[in-house]
Write a protein that binds this ligand. Structure first.
Ligand SMILES: Nc1ncnc2c1ncn2[C@@H]1O[C@H](COP(=O)(O)OP(=O)(O)OP(=O)(O)O)[C@@H](O)[C@H]1O
Length: 272
């Protein structure tokens, strides 16, 4: 059985449709990437999946249990298996890295204080921050914050890790290190990863599977292994994104004269 099954999901803010017809499965131990241009609804999809926003229609099930039809107790149980790293890492600035990583362990209530601290130190070591346990977030770099955020996200030994643009703002070397770390953490926890990212090198290096959301048509336009989509998908938007090809110029509005159409196209080119 799939770890996650999303079926015919429809996402709206009030009357405004963001996406509809989203269906996919995520299998245990796989890295699944949500792709698409700015504003198509990738982060919104993650927020639906972690229980922050209720779908307008459709379902999201974890190991066969429908999240939004479950009672509060069952939902809480499901959320205990999630590890989440939002954009910006969202560490608590008044706490040291060690204290930040201890928070989910305290919430779980399974370990006493010395065992929590030992576990948090082990996790910080795993992400290469062992020497920085007593630092505050303001005193470390952006890449280190992301790694600390990852340590916190996996502290509760999640079965499912959600990452929203983990390598945004990182230089290519830090970004590559973060990719390697995500693979190691996936292997360490045996968890599945659902990740939003624009970083093509990351997508091709670590994603097993994925979905491509389209802002214009407001539904997914491709699904599958990103490398296979890059090499075999014919949709112009998917090709433009994954192969960095030019997007074809829009067809001029019917009725517009050639001169007006050419002017409009030229001014668009100058503006762009
Ligand atoms: N709380 C909200 N209320 C109303 N509209 C929202 C809200 N959050 C997001 N939106 C809108 O929903 C659309 C999708 O936003 P979302 O942040 O999910 O896009 P995205 O694909 O993650 O974009 P990006 O790649 O730029 O981060 C956008 O048009 C955004 O303005």
């Amino acid at each position: 059985m799939a770890l996650v099954s999303v079926r015919d999901l429809e996402m709206r803010f009030g009357e405004r449709l963001i996406q509809r017809g989203i269906s996919f499965d995520v299998e245990p131990g796989r890295i699944f990437v949500v792709m698409g241009g700015s504003g198509c609804g990738k982060s919104t999809l993650l927020k639906h999946m972690i229980g922050l926003i209720e779908p307008a229609a459709g379902s999201i099930a974890y190991e066969g249990a429908d999240y939004w039809r479950a009672d509060d107790r069952k939902r809480l149980q499901m959320r205990e298996h999630f590890g989440v790293l939002f954009q910006g890492a969202a560490l608590w600035s008044s706490m040291t890295l060690l204290e930040n990583v201890c928070v989910p362990l305290e919430r779980q209530g399974r370990l006493d204080a010395p065992a929590r601290e030992a576990k948090a130190r082990e996790l910080l070591g795993l992400v290469g921050l062992g020497r920085f346990a007593d630092f505050f977030p303001a005193d470390i770099s952006g890449g280190m914050k992301k790694r600390a955020g990852l340590a916190r996200a996996i502290a509760g030994e999640p079965r499912l890790i959600f990452l929203d643009e983990p390598s945004a703002g990182l230089d290519p070397i830090s970004s590559k290190k973060l990719d390697d770390l995500i693979l190691r953490l996936r292997d360490h926890c045996g968890a599945a990863v659902v990740m939003v990212t624009h970083e093509l090198p990351s997508i091709f290096a670590i994603a097993d599977d994925g979905i491509f959301l389209d802002a214009d048509s407001k539904h997914p336009i491709a699904r599958g292994n990103p490398r296979e989509l890059r090499d075999g998908c014919d949709h112009p938007t998917v090709r433009a994104f994954l192969r960095r090809e030019d997007v074809p110029d829009p067809v001029p509005e019917p009725g517009a004269s050639d001169a007006v159409g050419a002017d409009a196209l030229n001014s668009r080119r100058e503006a762009g």
